[in-house]
Design a binder for this molecule. Structure first.
Ligand SMILES: Cc1ncc(COP(=O)(O)O)c(C=O)c1O
Length: 390
């Protein structure tokens, strides 16, 4: 039995997205900037995808969608594209639980003399809007806060945070890579200036993404060249993957209402199966949470008896049982470092190595959930020398 529970890492491409990609590769493979009919056919696919992606986030003007190579590039374009509008180093605000596609560009700006404020979060990983209010300075040019946190599932109060930014005339960006396609996103209602998306998190193909840029907001491009994407992202567009992204966006929009409630029920069922287990403690916010996201840390009680066990151990053990999940923290060069996200939430450095994440998706069934819960409990028991069961 093979059970994939790592849909936040990537999603299997939807068959209709694959079919669209194959169709474009064989029939509309022209350069969308070319003026002949080959180019026109390809440009039509590109613009259809733009309309579909815009519709998914209720962007009224499809030209506010800039296609990129993925979420990482969209995040970098948002941060650096605004920073490069300034002639001198200024101040930006991010949260302390950003994905590295935001925290790394912010670190780079800091090394260039920018001031960076990293907003604190509570034990559930949520920002208090008051902390944003007090962090704003006269030279703050951008605020960027992740919408749905990939490691702990917590959703941030983006509408509230964006309205604080707006009241100070400061641009607001959100990394919505994990949230898009999973919860309804309406850029008008949210009041954001910039928003990042990624195709492979919504059953599209890896290698496509987009940055929504509200009409009237200026960014400086990071790439110089042929001036594609309204001169904001040079380089011939990857039309096959982008058109597949458009198809995936349309399907996500059509299926979101039913799929979201199905996933919430499965997510809560999985949480419930561990509610009484003293060895797993849920992480993140249980109310303001991505619908497909379940995360835990191994408890102190567990760690006292099996101190060498980390989140990575559990990932490996479950993999042996045919179940694919993620550890909470990144592993660099074989060395497991504490998760910066769990650390920001107040977990000590040992606990911050004991995170695990199970993320559900369209092929996840109730049987998968029940089987995974049973196998995970057995693994925990096996890893404990003095186990009393859970
Ligand atoms: C919150 C978040 N932002 C950005 C990214 C990067 O997206 P991509 O893999 O499309 O570059 C990810 C990927 O996991 C993510 O979860």
């Amino acid at each position: 039995m093979q059970i994939y529970l790592d849909y936040s890492a990537t999603t299997p491409p939807h068959p209709k997205a694959i079919a669209k990609m194959q169709q474009v590769m064989t029939q509309q493979w022209g350069n969308p900037s070319s003026l002949h009919s080959w180019g026109e056919k390809s440009a039509l696919e590109l613009e259809t995808a733009r309309i579909r992606v815009a519709s998914l986030i209720n962007a009224v003007n499809p030209d506010s969608i800039l296609f990129t190579s993925g979420g990482t590039e969209a995040d970098n374009l948002a941060i650096m594209g605004i920073a490069r509008q300034c002639s001198n180093p200024q101040h930006i605000i991010i949260s302390s639980v950003e994905h590295s596609a935001i925290s790394e560009p912010a670190n780079l700006l800091e090394s260039w003399g920018w001031q960076v404020t990293r907003l604190p979060v509570n034990k559930q990983g949520r920002i208090n809007p008051w902390d944003l209010q007090t962090a704003i300075q006269p030279n703050t040019v951008l605020i960027s806060v992740i919408y749905g946190q990939s490691e702990i599932g917590t959703l941030q109060p983006i509408e509230k945070l964006a309205s604080i930014a707006r009241s100070h005339n400061i641009l607001f960006h959100t990394d919505a890579v994990q949230a898009v396609g999973r919860i309804p996103i309406d850029v008008q209602k949210l009041g954001v200036d910039l928003l990042s998306l990624s195709a492979h998190k919504i059953y599209g193909i890896q290698g496509a993404g987009a940055l929504y840029v509200k009409p009237g907001v200026s960014i400086t491009p990071l790439l110089s060249g042929g001036g594609q994407e309204h001169k904001l992202r040079s380089g011939t567009q990857a039309v096959p993957t982008i058109s597949a992204f458009g198809v995936a966006a349309e399907i996500a929009q059509q299926e979101m209402a039913t799929e979201t409630s199905r996933l919430v029920a499965l997510r809560d069922r999985l949480f419930d199966q561990f509610a009484e287990c003293p060895y797993l403690i849920s992480t993140g916010d249980r109310l303001y949470r991505l619908p497909h996201h379940v995360s835990f840390i191994l408890s102190d009680l567990f760690a006292q008896q099996a101190p060498e066990v980390t989140g990575k151990t559990i990932v490996r053990q479950l993999n042996l049982a045919g179940i694919g999940i993620s550890a909470g923290s990144a592993c660099h060069s074989g060395k497991l470092s504490p998760s910066p996200v769990l650390s920001a939430m107040g977990y000590n450095s040992n606990a911050a190595k004991r995170g695990i994440r199970l993320t559900l998706g369209k092929d996840t069934t109730q049987e998968d959930i029940d089987w995974t819960a049973m196998v995970l409990k057995q693994i925990l028991v096996r890893l404990l020398p003095l186990c009393v069961g859970c």
